[in-house]
Design a protein around this ligand. Structure first.
Ligand code: SAM
Length: 280
């Protein structure tokens, strides 16, 4: 089959899920990733043919996309803060709003020396972007998932930075073992009650351990991490969180009650999305 005919098949089969430009972008991303064939190559040779194996591979991809699987899991790649990241089903696909949190930290800490801890590192995107952009600081990261830490370690290697990882359950540890200048976390924060309004690509394909908290204890991670930070953050240190957009004031209040001053910040869409906490 001609590649262009297969692209038309993608358009036809995915039209209820994506806009046509998006379908074309996905299609060309796949031909480039799978076969090294770029969009420009196809424009120059529109009659190029796919062999049987290539057709099978694209057919499988089409089926996965029809099941609302994010294209990043098909290619195993994602982009964050201008850097390439490997992803698998063990990790959350890094989000643009998390880039805004990272930018906030980099702006604040541009000339700082010291130690950073990233709690719930997943693909390692926050820790690695900070290590790359704050080379005077030394970065450590925690996750409960062994599989996520394997992905994060590969990303450290590919991006040529240094991050020290440790497997731990943040809800169970009582001591971080040292003091930090910066503690950052994008912890699980989606309530069960919010599932109804979520898109199937997130609901069915991203790791549940990375996303969900009980409705009755939605701020469990913020509470625990702030308690640990009260003990392990240096006097002039700062604690940064990505937060649930529907729980901005509640999250701020909780962190204030634990002994911090907080600054709540919106993302580019105007949603409450980040908090910085410092000692009073
Ligand atoms: C929302 S994801 C964030 C991933 C990544 N930092 C990012 O911003 O894309 C939350 C991460 O916390 C990890 N996690 C969940 N429960 C945890 C726990 N009790 N202790 C440590 N990490 C945990 C998950 O495995 C997941 O990687």
């Amino acid at each position: 089959m001609k590649i262009s005919s297969f692209r038309d098949r993608f358009r036809e089969q995915l039209q209820s899920q994506y806009a046509v430009q998006e379908i074309d972008s996905i299609f060309y991303l796949l031909t480039e990733n799978y076969f090294g064939i770029k969009r420009l190559d196809l424009a120059l040779d529109p009659s190029a043919e796919l062999d049987e194996n290539q057709e099978k591979q694209l057919e499988t991809a089409l089926e996965r996309l029809r099941n609302a699987e994010p294209v990043q899991y098909l290619t195993g790649k994602s982009e964050f803060f201008g850097m390439d990241f490997e992803v698998s089903h063990a990790v959350l696909i890094p989000r643009p709003e998390t880039e805004e949190l990272v930018q906030w930290i980099i702006d604040d800490q541009a000339d700082a020396h010291g130690d950073i801890l990233d709690v719930g590192t997943g693909s390692g995107c926050i820790a690695i972007a900070l290590a790359k952009n704050l080379p005077k600081m030394s970065v450590q990261a925690i996750d409960l998932s062994e599989a996520a830490l394997e992905v994060a370690s590969k990303n450290v290697e590919n991006n040529q930075v240094s991050v020290q990882f440790r497997k731990d359950n943040i809800l169970e540890i009582e001591d971080l073992g040292q003091e930090f200048d910066v503690i950052v976390s994008n912890p699980p924060y989606v309530r069960e009650l919010e599932k109804a309004s979520m898109r199937p690509n997130v609901l069915e394909h991203e790791p549940k351990m990375a996303l969900y908290v009980e409705d009755s204890n939605a701020l469990i991670f913020y509470h625990k991490i702030a308690i640990l930070a009260r003990k392990h953050l240096k006097k002039n240190g700062a604690l940064y969180f990505e937060i649930n957009q529907y729980l901005g004031p509640e999250t701020s209040n909780l962190i204030q009650e634990i002994g911090f001053e907080t600054e709540l910040k919106k993302d580019i869409f105007g949603n409450d999305r980040m908090i910085k906490a410092t000692f009073k």
